[in-house]
Design a protein around this ligand. Structure first.
Ligand code: ASP
Length: 592
């Protein structure tokens, strides 16, 4: 039986006879001496076989990459010139006494002992091999450490881990539901939870007071970059706490986690109103590591001849904004500016105007730009003053509907931050607060910005009178431009919940049909309550420095929501469909 993990063998074990289990990571034949690097989840150790025991030597000679072996051997110091400081076990090696091949292995589909540029599809198809790579093992081990630390923090604060159903009814979080047909209830479907939202609220009504769950959630979204159809949330709910108290207790959790796992001090997290985030950074999840800000200049542009600017300046839904890139003159070439013009096009911007400030004391000749000739000198001066321009700076402009300006300049800000490496620090957390209750969905209808159970900061009367202006008691924690988590104080009174449903166009009948159980619960003594959920996958991604959430999920789906390893989703048999009372529609004919 194993006495030590490979990666744990140290000088303290010298002269001990130990047994290890693991996989052959690398095999080197130095004529008469065979070196095996043996790997397990804790790391690598070097084992040496010489010909003193020809039988064992012959076995060691036969093993290949990824064979599973058990080795008994004696730990000894490496000679001074072979010590490997890069390896945790680099001061020692194991002199092999006995080797037992537990299992052979085919040649791996990609090498595991060196960097190889293998496509993600291949890695996902052979995920069980991909996960053997030390890098992947470390990421998943860190994930486990993170969930462990979170559980400990929450348990210490009196939170109870309570499971909620996976087969349930729709929970509106803004995505499509995954449906599961019921065999026992003909023509009826369960929905997989988009979040445990309503159940955790009901647990508060039941008096559990502090709840948490590391919960799987399912959202059938059109797959935008880096989303997974099933993902994990650290889901939290509390009673009798206001938003500041909830933010404070969960901020403490994230800070302690970073300290314990990464030895990083995140410091105080500032609070920023949603309106300020949009005004200055164009997005509700600003990356505060980037020292660039957008400034509104609409008021300067109403009368200019340049229609591209004056049009949006006069449109109540329009915006003209400027964003200064300090010393951008030298940093950005014409070609780069052209590329950025294409880039903002993705967000609907029709162009990307700019001014290069060569000499701010000479407003006639000192500004280089295709648009400057359309701007009177006093407007030029006012722009420079407003953005605080210095010689050598470059100023970008966005002019369009406010939504397009915000999204395009907001994305450009992130891109400039990355391309020019403008980051001023490694970690920049903050809370975004004071969100609007509702947003318009393009068809003139209102939808809940968070979800319909979020409490507004005003009375039901005020909400009804002017829903567009209402703010909610919601909060999001943002880290480096990524939404780590979000939540809100919930509605705990039936009349307020009904008012919100009404504003959302959900009439009394639909309210009863979809949310009758919630309204019922609110009639029986619901405490004030609120909570939030953190996206565990994103949190682990940030903490491990991974490029995608797929890198920190053991068995993720592809971008098209499939599993290439198991071939899920798959077809169902006629019989299974019959049991479920389902007849499939014809597939639409593919035009040739
Ligand atoms: N249910 C919310 C979500 O999944 C989180 C919360 O409000 O607690 O985003």
């Amino acid at each position: 039986m194993r006495t030590l993990y490979c990666g744990d063998v140290r000088s303290a074990h010298i002269d001990q006879t130990i047994t290890i289990n693991g996989w052959v990571h690398r095999r080197r034949d130095h004529g008469g001496v065979i070196f095996l690097d043996v790997r397990d989840r804790e790391g690598l150790v070097q084992v040496v076989f010489d010909q003193d025991d020809p039988e064992q030597f012959a076995i060691a000679d036969r093993v290949r990459s990824e064979y599973v072996i058990e080795i008994e051997g004696r730990v000894r110091a490496r000679s001074e010139n072979t010590v490997n400081k890069e390896m945790a076990t680099g001061e020692i090696e194991i002199y092999g006494l006995k080797i037992n091949v537990v299992n052979s292995a085919k040649t791996p589909p990609f090498p595991l002992d060196e960097y190889s540029d293998v496509g993600e599809d291949v890695r996902l198809k052979f995920r069980y091999m991909d996960l053997r790579r030390p890098e992947m093992q470390q990421k998943l081990m860190l994930r486990s450490k993170i969930t462990g630390a979170i559980r400990r923090y929450l348990e210490d604060q009196g939170f109870l881990d309570i499971e909620t159903p996976i087969l349930t009814k729709a929970t509106p979080e803004g995505a499509r539901d995954y449906l599961v047909p019921s065999r026992t209830h003909e023509h009826s479907f369960f929905a997989l939870p988009q979040s445990p939202q309503l159940f955790k609220q009901l647990l508060m009504v039941s008096g559990f007071d502090r709840y948490y769950q590391i919960a799987k959630c399912f959202r059938d979204e059109d797959l935008r970059a880096d989303r997974q159809p099933e993902f994990t949330q650290i889901d939290i709910e509390t009673s009798f706490m206001n938003e500041d108290e909830i933010m404070s207790i969960t901020e403490g959790m994230i800070k302690q986690l970073f300290k314990n796992v990464l030895d990083v001090d995140l410091g105080e997290m500032p609070h920023m109103p949603f309106s300020e985030a949009i005004e200055k950074y164009g997005v509700d999840k600003p990356d505060m590591r980037i020292p660039l800000e957008m400034v509104t200049v609409s008021d300067l542009m109403g009368e200019v001849e340049f229609k591209v600017f004056s049009g949006p300046a006069k449109d109540p839904k329009g915006r003209v904004a400027a964003m200064k890139v300090p010393s951008g003159n030298d940093k950005l070439t014409r070609k780069q500016i052209d590329d950025y013009t294409k880039f903002v096009g993705i967000y609907g911007a029709k162009g990307l105007a700019y001014i290069k400030v060569n000499d701010k004391s000479n407003l006639e000749e000192g500004l280089q730009s295709p648009i400057v000739k359309f701007l009177p000198v006093d407007v030029r001066a006012a722009i420079l003053e407003r953005v605080g321009a210095e010689n050598g700076d470059l100023i970008f402009f966005g002019a369009d509907k406010a939504k397009i300006v915000n999204e395009s300049l907001g994305a450009l800000r992130n891109k400039l931050g990355e391309d020019l490496n403008l980051y001023t620090c490694e970690w920049a957390p903050l809370w975004v607060v004071d969100f609007p209750m509702f947003e318009e969905n393009g068809d003139g209808e209102l939808t809940a910005l968070h979800h319909p159970f979020t409490a507004p900061s005003c009375s039901p009367e005020e909400l009804k009178a002017n829903p567009e202006a209402a703010l909610s008691r919601a909060y999001d924690m943002i880290l480096n431009g990524v939404e780590l988590g979000g939540g809100s104080i919930r509605i705990h009174e039936e009349s307020m919940q009904q008012t919100v449903f009404e504003v959302l166009g959900i009439g009394p009948e639909e309210q009863e049909e979809k949310f009758g159980f919630l309204l019922g619960a609110l009639r029986y003594g619901a405490p004030t309550h609120g909570g939030l959920a953190f996206g565990l996958d994103r949190l682990v991604m940030l903490m491990t420095g991974a490029q995608s959430i797929r890198e920190v999920i053991a068995f993720p789906k592809t971008q098209t929501a499939a599993c290439v390893m198991t071939d899920a989703p798959g077809e169902a048999t006629e019989e299974a469909l019959k049991d479920l009372h389902i007849r499939l529609r014809q597939k639409p004919k593919v035009e040739s």
